[in-house]
Design a protein around this ligand. Structure first.
Ligand code: ADP
Ligand code: MG
Length: 677
């Protein structure tokens, strides 16, 4: 075996930028693409669009100044010629490309002004005797100042010095038709000349499949292990006494749907266990998750434990506070409210009631989990719209009690494959049925050119006693908030002028919380006909009399968001409508998206389509998902591998825990093998 190469501190710093901290990380720093320097293409055979290596003699070399400063050379091979063009160049390059020099150039051929040309080809001195490369040349993701040859050398050294023993047993590999680990890595870093560069670049090659499988397997294993460890931890057992819960069910003006009944049973059973529950409650907008959360809270309270119920926005948290107060105060449970916008004195008072155990139910925003808030006897944490919280915020929940049970809720309908991959460490309950008596929402796509007609529709609906939302778009650029605000204010003004007989309110993210709450309350009470809002109303707001929603610039919004917004109407018995106003011309992607939302009402179907259109990152708010993102596998394309990895993870943990441990160690914990200076 060769000896590991020494690396300078400057290079180490650059490697760290690429996420390479340990020598083994070098092995998994895989090429983005390859250049083929294993053969020479005659210039006569070079077609525009092809990336090829050509060889010849420089017959002309000139610095031109128009249209901009550039170095232009002619490369001749037999009777054929090709132009080489450089917009940035060094004197050394000029020397290398002087008339009479023999060189090889590799680059993409295109049709230029004077015939075939290459722009910024990679050139080196070479004649007929210079040997050709034996393998495709890998091009790695890199950072400024770290040249490809340096990276290549380091990686090849790692390949030679680190043992590439397979973590998986041969029979398993054979059964799953997977390639050997070491062979795969060696091939990806130095593919032989006859390997298809396209298969490599599209990650379809068997070597790639092996790496992707390993990654997915490691992910599955680590989540299973996490899941198992949880069942070894101790949490308070909170068995059902059926006092408060039964009383609430009796008072409700409706009966639980079958789906609500089922998930409630699952949760009640989890709470009974002496291990911390970590359950994700998935249910489309309007499926009725809040009542299930309230029942869970009551079961904890019946056992004398405290409950913290957290929502991502002030509006949503307050809505829960009001709803739960309405349900629970008659049962003798008075929740305490805690949010960032409370005055210092009020906050201290709330924290005091929580610390003494005077209150058993605290509802609020993430302010609930600040260091200054101490719970007396926390038994259950409920997090609504859990995907809106950062990993850190969610972790801080656990530190508040010994080990509270956790119920996380989300209206983001996640396709099965994704849920399996992302939440393998959680137990998942799904409410897959809407409460009865909902009238389906009619969706209309209307061009902005017909804005006036939409005004008329709003007027008619409001004068007929209904209420409406007008949603202004979310803007994602850097000064987003300013623009978004401006937009909402102008739209509000426009609507107030166009519809003088209506009371038009305005709610946006910059409004002081008290004012925002006042506007929402007025809308809820029916004092406002029309509410102009930025997407602050996106999550969870419940106003049954609102039956018309207009979404301005719908083409700018994501599918999941449109679906959630649309779910704000159609909550009462009235026929509801959602008008998607869009600006012409539409991009291809925007057209596709609007078509999906127009044709579908099922959140899960929409999510599946969204996944295909945009990839999983955006759907889940990539960095917030709490699970390390996949580097190599792609959940939209590698569904089959994911399924295999999932089954294999179960099998290994059951039959071959040592193998599982070794595999996890390779992929997750190379902590002992630091790079050497
Ligand atoms: P989400 O799942 O989006 O959080 P909510 O819990 O806000 O949904 O419920 C939406 C509406 O449906 C609320 O007004 C709620 O009171 C009502 N609701 C919930 N369950 C039922 C049911 N089984 N029958 C009738 N209405 C229900
Ligand atoms: Mg909700």
């Amino acid at each position: 075996m060769a000896t590991p190469s020494k690396i300078s501190p400057t290079t180490l710093a650059k490697l760290a930028k690429l996420g390479i901290h340990h020598r083994a990380d070098l092995l998994l720093h895989l090429p983005l693409r390859y250049e083929d320097e294993t053969q020479i293409t005659p210039i006569a055979d070079a077609q525009p669009g092809m990336t090829v290596q050509v060889q010849g003699v420089i017959t002309h070399s000139e610095v031109m100044f128009r249209p901009r400063r550039s170095l232009v050379c002619r490369l001749m091979e037999g009777h054929e010629e090709l132009t080489l063009r450089f917009l940035n160049f060094y004197p050394s390059q000029q020397k290398q490309l002087a008339v009479g020099k023999q060189i090889r150039a590799i680059g993409e051929v295109r049709m230029g002004y004077f015939g075939l040309e290459m722009v910024h080809p990679k050139c080196r001195a070479a004649d007929d005797d210079t040997p050709l490369q034996q393998s495709l040349t890998p091009i790695y993701p890199t950072t400024a100042g770290l040249a490809q040859p340096v990276l290549r050398k380091l990686i090849n050294n790692a390949l030679e010095t680190i043992p590439l023993t397979d973590t998986l047993p041969a029979p398993l590999l054979k059964r799953l038709k997977l390639a050997d680990f070491g062979d795969s890595l060696r091939l990806l870093h130095n593919p032989a000349a006859d390997v298809s560069a396209t298969e490599l670049e599209e990650h379809n090659h068997a070597a790639w499949r092996r790496i992707k499988f390993d990654e997915l397997l490691a992910q599955q294993l680590s989540m299973r292990v996490h899941h198992r460890e949880r069942s070894k931890r101790i949490a308070p057992a909170l068995p059902p006494h059926q006092k408060l819960t039964a009383a609430l069910l009796k008072k409700l003006p409706f009966k639980l749907t079958g789906a609500q009944q089922k998930v409630w049973q699952e949760i009640a059973h989890d709470l009974t266990q002496a291990h911390p529950m970590q359950r994700l409650l998935l249910g489309d907008v309007g499926s009725g998750k809040t009542i299930v959360a309230a029942l869970a809270a009551l079961q904890a309270i019946e056992n004398g434990y405290q409950v913290a119920f957290m929502a991502p926005t002030e509006i949503l948290a307050e809505q829960h506070y009001l709803k739960l107060s309405e349900w629970l105060v008659p049962l003798g449970i008075t929740p305490v409210w805690l949010s960032g916008s409370l005055k210092k004195k009020e906050k201290t008072a709330a924290a005091e009631r929580i610390a003494t155990g005077d209150t058993l139910l605290a509802i609020g925003t993430h302010a609930l989990f600040q260091a200054s808030v101490e719970f007396n006897k926390l038994g259950l944490v409920i997090v609504d719209e859990q995907h809106k919280f950062g990993v850190q915020q969610r972790l801080s929940l656990r530190n508040k009690g010994d080990e509270p049970h956790q119920l996380m809720m989300s209206a983001t309908p996640i396709p099965r494959t994704l849920a399996m991959s992302y939440y393998a460490d959680l137990d998942v309950s799904v409410i897959d049925e809407l409460p009865p008596g909902r009238t389906p929402i009619v969706t209309k796509l209307v061009s902005d050119a017909r804005r006036d007609e939409v005004f008329e529709r709003v007027r008619a609906a409001c004068l007929a006693g209904r209420q409406a939302y007008w949603v202004c778009p979310l803007i994602e650029e850097s000064d987003a908030l300013e623009v978004e605000l401006q937009n909402a204010i102008e739209t509000h003004q426009q609507l107030t002028e166009a519809l003088p007989e209506l009371n038009v309110g305005l709610a946006h993210g910059r409004l002081p919380p008290a004012e925002k709450a006042a506007v929402m309350a007025a809308f809820k009470a029916g004092e406002l006909h029309l509410l102009v809002a930025t997407t602050v109303i996106e999550v969870g707001v419940d106003v049954p009399n609102a039956s018309l929603m207009v979404i301005d610039h719908a083409e700018r919004m994501g599918l999941a968001q449109l679906h959630q917004l649309r779910g704000r109407v159609g909550r009462g018995a009235a026929e509801s409508m959602c008008v998607l106003l869009f600006m012409q011309p539409l991009s291809e992607l925007a057209r596709e998206r609007l078509k999906v939302i127009y044709e579908n009402t099922d959140g899960f179907v929409i999510a599946q389509q969204d996944l295909q259109l945009r990839g999983p990152g955006e759907l889940l708010g990539a960095r917030q998902s709490g699970v390390a993102m996949l580097r190599f596998a792609d959940l939209t394309e590698d569904e089959d591998l994911l399924e295999q990895a999932r089954l294999t993870a179960d099998e290994l943990l059951r039959d071959a825990p040592d193998v599982a441990r070794a595999h996890l160690h390779r992929w997750m914990a190379n902590k002992h093998d630091f790079l050497q200076v």
